[in-house]
Design a protein around this ligand. Structure first.
Ligand code: RB5
Length: 150
């Protein structure tokens, strides 16, 4: 799978750990984040990641900042992106099964490396269930174009 990963300064170590982990599993990794611990604005990382995934250059994205919240907010400002900020494996799996999320986000200051790996595994192994969930995901995406018409 082609996996794009982006991060701010708070998540450089976790990003590098995950790149090794995912490469070991045979995935192709595109590193869109910062590689230094100098202060780096998460909106840039999120926007870059969202655009990359929307353009179809990666199958899924992973966004990491201190909490996972800022980068997920930024990703979700890109039309076509469904970024889910998760700290547990159930939510990470459901984000794909029910919400067809195309980006998984989490916080390097919230979870540890082992949890990060299990979240990524849960996300990658889950499949969108379609059916009634597809209708609801379409409804979510419609908000992008008709936000004042409810
Ligand atoms: C950076 O200090 C921090 O604000 C950022 O990593 C993230 O947690 C924002 O949501």
């Amino acid at each position: 799978m082609r996996i794009a990963i982006a991060n701010d300064h708070a998540a450089v170590d976790m990003k590098n750990m995950l790149i090794d982990y995912l490469k070991e599993k045979g995935h192709t990794i595109i590193n869109l984040g910062t590689d230094t611990k100098e202060s780096y604005d998460y909106p840039l990382a999120g926007a870059r990641l969202g655009l990359y995934v929307r353009e179809g250059k990666a199958d899924i994205g992973i966004g990491i900042c201190g909490t996972g919240i800022g980068i997920s907010l930024a990703c979700n400002k890109i039309r076509g992106i469904r970024a889910a900020c998760c700290s547990d494996t159930f939510s990470a799996a459901m984000a794909r099964e029910h919400n067809n999320a195309n980006i998984l986000c989490f916080g390097a200051r919230v979870i540890g490396d082992e949890t990060a790996k299990t979240l990524v595994d849960a996300f990658l192994n889950a499949k969108f269930q379609g059916g009634k969930h597809a209708r609801r995901v379409s409804m979510v995406m419609d908000i992008e174009t008709r936000e004042t018409k409810y």
